[in-house]
Design a protein around this ligand. Structure first.
Ligand code: GUN
Length: 292
């Protein structure tokens, strides 16, 4: 079997077009959706992600503010900036790019962000709301994966779903969303005993383990839906410099029914869901303004 490819670029383009219409309507009501992005340090990958987020905002009609701090910045300075953004009624979303330098208390920074501006969904209160299946800002990457499954009408209720990876950013919220949608969910990691047996049971297999081509075709159940969240840059051999996912696409695509490529799969959806959360936050503010 040769899998169909789930094109994240095409879906992201469609959804971003709809967001641009929503930001235009907000402007007619006097609200300009605005996202504030904070970057600390000089991690090159983080700088690229932030640049892409800011550029995507502009295209979707969202104003963005960008604050860049050196890697030896005083956490108190960043906290002060977050507090000012919390108080600013013109700012609808606040995002602190991770990872932060080691001398930062990541949880304290994330929890300084107002819950109703936490468009990354990383604040402990939003994490708790999500785990209870209540309304919350949903972390962008797993939210994007759910949108991709929805776009292909993949049945989630009753499905066996296996998530490989247990990070706060992807693995854990991904598992919560799948649980909330009625899947039977197993969360594995790179050290899981007999990982292959778990993976081979999966109707929906999500790879978010951060290891290049870790999930090979022999771990995929025939006809499974395979979602590759990994973005790894190869450093050795003829392919040095090339991006690849956590899934070995060549072998997995022979077995799966539907598979996301890297690049062009989940990646573009992550930013799309960040824009979605920001627009939703701005719409809530606009609705409050109309009621006032
Ligand atoms: N670092 C890696 N992924 C993310 C993300 O989705 N949001 C933030 N803020 N930092 C990240």
């Amino acid at each position: 079997m040769s899998a169909r490819i789930l094109d994240g670029n095409a879906l992201a383009t469609r959804l971003r077009g709809q967001l641009a219409e929503r930001t235009a309507r907000l402007k007619e009501q006097g609200v300009e959706a605005c996202l504030a992005v904070i970057l600390v340090g000089d991690d090159p990958a983080s700088a690229v992600y932030v640049r892409n987020k800011v550029a995507a905002c502009e295209k979707a009609g969202i104003r963005s503010l960008k604050d860049v701090y050196p890697s030896d910045a005083d956490p108190a300075t960043v906290l002060e900036r977050i507090r000012a953004l919390n108080e600013d009624p013109g700012v609808h979303g606040i995002l602190v790019q991770l990872p932060l330098p080691a001398h930062f208390d990541e949880a304290a920074i994330l929890e300084a962000i107002r819950v109703d501006k936490d468009v990354d969904g990383f604040h402990a209160e939003n994490v708790g709301l999500l785990s209870q299946g209540r309304e919350a800002f949903i972390p962008c990457t797993p939210y994007g994966v759910m949108k991709m499954l929805e776009s292909e009408s993949v049945p989630v209720q009753g499905a066996e779903a296996v998530v490989v990876g247990r990070s706060n950013i992807v693995g854990k919220p991904m598992a919560m969303l799948l649980i909330n949608a009625g899947a039977t969910v197993t969360v594995c990691n790179s050290k899981t005993r007999d990982l292959a047996a778990h993976c081979r049971r999966a109707d929906i297999l999500v790879a978010a383990v951060g290891r290049p081509r870790f999930i090979t075709g022999d771990l995929v159940k025939p006809g499974a839906v395979v979602i590759d969240v990994g973005i790894n840059r190869l450093t050795e051999g003829e392919e040095a410099g090339k991006l690849c996912g956590d899934v070995d696409f060549a072998s997995a695509s022979q077995v799966a029914s539907l598979i996301t490529p890297v690049p062009g799969g989940v990646g573009p959806m992550t930013i799309t869901m960040l824009l979605t959360n920001t627009v939703e936050s701005a719409e809530r503010v606009a609705a409050r303004g109309q009621r006032a």
